[in-house]
Ligand binder design. Structure first.
Ligand code: ATP
Ligand code: MG
Ligand code: MG
Ligand code: MG
Length: 583
């Protein structure tokens, strides 16, 4: 059924909302697609819901095409499974938690690895059941520290998340590639510019991971790209060689790789693990937080400097926890005076998963190059008492000869070909991820292999920001007058505008609407009797349906005007040819 402007649940606004800075946010609110309820929480109005459903349809088609099966999990989830994988703690303040009337803890799902893993464990038991890919298009909840730009970074948002289950790594590689190819088709169809960049594992654990970033100057992600060989990576994931450390006198210290006997940072990890055993005796995992620990860097001149170590990808958690701006992914010296300002720092701090994440994700915890020539002290006290580890850098541990992405600057050498790197910004639209066995291990998802032996299932996870895509499409499809939707995603294919006072324009507009609908074209019909042509055209430009058919002055001569919203091109066509002209 055509939408009619006379009754459509819509009020357009001429002014930008005060809290809206980016064009997509301004226009989606002004054109009546979304309404704000609370920071990062939005209502989808009829026009917006149409677009959301169309983005969903594109994603669904491409998922179905690779044989993924759709299901739907609840958003309200019990604590247990998230406790088992450590994410209840790891997500920190980023998840919404609630308690039921019996006092049991729940959360609103931020992503569903646990649920999918348990569902497969519940139903499948043999390698013959694999490979399997399942997905959902569902509302997710994350208490983002900085909800931003309307639906671009919401606290409630729609995500498509899929998960693959394979018997071995080779299977995972195939599943990953299938998803990656499907994502290329999805983002090609959504029609914005994007790049595929190497990504880091973040809080998920796992190994290979790539992000699909929509290129946007106001994006929150920074990536580097090599104009020579095409290498591209989120700066969080880039490694460039460490310049040789220089000692206090300016003399370069021996490079870590030159001293093959020097143990790696794993020694530091091992020291910490033995000094601070987990209460349950299990190995440290990416979800663990080691509190009450100070890592001291002792300079050659004896001055000591406390270091904060954070897990890359958890900046928001870290900032909330520390009450300060921090740059995880690197070891950061901080001022002695910070101890007074931040009580948590006074106890010392090592970010979530500094121990296990190193192993689980392959992220190397890099100590500041200066550590290489100093002595690092790890001192602290947990609830069991006081511990001191005295570690001599260069003897007990070293970096691995690389530094993290935060160090990358335009002009740095491409790790692949050596050419100078460029940086640019983007918005993360999709993320494909080889989880490996992290979740399957934590939740004991094993199946029988050909030899009747139990094998841990190898998993991948793959996300698309469906609601974010609506903002992103709007961001790259608008002009100064309003939105300009690509046809596949527009709330309607054709906007029929009847202008003037004659009954005839409304009658013909109505007939045209019916004929178009009969031909399978979705119509938004401006049948308002009171609104002036100026108001109608302004609204049409704002709403951004790709094709306009104006039934007005020309009708007396038997013609209507067909306008292309994007190019502005106008042509008169005989009323009888109007349907064919817009098909
Ligand atoms: P970001 O880096 O932007 O915070 P993320 O890495 O935390 O995203 P994932 O956990 O990889 O996000 O989730 C998969 C996809 O969900 C992302 O690629 C993104 O498109 C979308 N997404 C994540 N957080 C939000 C949000 N707060 N609002 C809207 N979409 C989101
Ligand atoms: Mg995030
Ligand atoms: Mg991200
Ligand atoms: Mg991501």
């Amino acid at each position: 059924m055509a939408m009619r402007m006379s009754s459509l649940f819509l009020r357009t606004l001429r002014e930008n909302p005060a809290d809206a800075e980016v064009p997509s946010h301004q226009l989606l609110v002004r054109a009546g697609y979304i309404r704000r309820v609370s920071p990062g929480i939005y209502t989808w109005l009829p026009l917006g819901l149409k677009v959301l459903r169309k983005v969903e349809a594109v994603v669904r088609e491409e998922m179905d095409a690779i044989g993924a099966q759709e299901l739907l999990f609840p958003a309200l989830l019990p604590r247990g499974p998230y406790e088992a994988t450590g994410r209840w703690a790891e997500y920190g303040e980023n998840i919404f938690r609630l308690t039921d009337r019996r006092g049991d803890d729940y959360l609103l799902g931020p992503t569903h690895e646990e649920m999918f893993t348990l569902a497969v464990k519940d139903l499948f038991s043999s390698y013959k059941d694999l490979p399997l890919a399942i997905y959902q298009i569902q509302t997710k909840y994350r208490d983002e520290a900085r909800p931003r730009a309307g639906i671009l970074r919401g606290r409630e948002f729609v995500m498509k998340d899929s998960y693959s289950f394979d018997i071995d790594e080779a299977g995972l590689d195939r599943s990953y590639q299938l998803h990656r190819d499907a994502y290329v088709r999805i983002f090609d169809r959504l029609g914005f510019e994007y790049v595929i960049v190497q990504a880091m594992a973040g809080a998920m654990g796992g190994s290979k991971s790539e992000e699909f970033l929509a290129t946007a100057d106001n994006g929150e992600d920074t990536y580097v790209r090599c104009p020579e060989c095409g290498y591209a990576a989120n700066v969080e994931a880039v490694r460039v060689p460490v310049p040789d450390a220089v000692d206090a006198s300016g003399t370069p210290a021996a490079h870590v790789e030159d001293t093959p006997d020097t143990p790696t940072i794993e020694t530091l990890v091992a020291h910490l693990e033995s000094a601070f055993p987990r209460a349950d005796g299990r190995a440290w995992s990416a979800a663990d937080t080691l509190k009450n620990v100070v890592v001291m860097l002792v300079h050659p001149d004896g001055t000591r400097e406390p270091l904060a170590i954070g897990l890359p990808g958890d900046r928001e958690v870290d900032e909330k926890r520390l009450g300060a701006q921090v740059e995880p992914a690197r070891v950061e010296p901080f001022e002695e005076k910070d101890f007074a300002a931040h009580p948590t720092l006074a106890k010392g701090y090592i970010g979530p998963g500094v121990l296990g994440a190193e192993k689980a994700s392959g992220i190397r915890y890099l100590l500041d190059p200066r550590v290489v020539e100093g002595t690092a002290w790890v001192t602290g006290a947990d609830e069991h008492g006081h511990h001191v580890v005295d570690l001599v850098a260069g003897r007990d541990f070293t970096g691995d000869g690389t530094v993290e992405a935060a160090e990358v600057r335009p002009g740095d050498a491409c790790p692949s070909c050596g050419h100078a790197l460029e940086t640019a910004r983007g918005i993360e639209m999709g993320h494909v991820f080889q989880l490996g066995t992290k979740y399957a291990e934590a939740l004991d998802l094993r199946v029988l292999d050909e030899n009747g032996k139990l094998r841990t299932v190898v998993m991948g996870s793959y996300g698309v920001g469906v609601s974010r895509a609506v903002a992103c499409v709007a961001e790259s499809n608008h002009d100064e007058l309003g939105l300009v939707w690509p046809r596949e995603l527009a709330p309607a294919d054709v906007h029929v505008v009847a202008t003037g006072k004659d009954d005839a324009v409304f009658t013909v507009g109505e007939e045209l609407t019916r004929e178009l609908e009969a031909a399978g074209v979705e119509v938004l019909f401006d049948d308002r009797r009171q609104a002036s042509p100026g108001v109608k055209f302004k609204d049409a430009e704002l709403i951004g349906v790709p094709t306009l058919v104006v039934v007005g002055r020309g009708l007396a001569q038997g013609s209507v005007e067909v306008r292309d919203r994007r190019s502005g091109e106008r042509r008169e066509v005989a009323t009888g040819d109007a349907v064919a002209a817009v098909l």
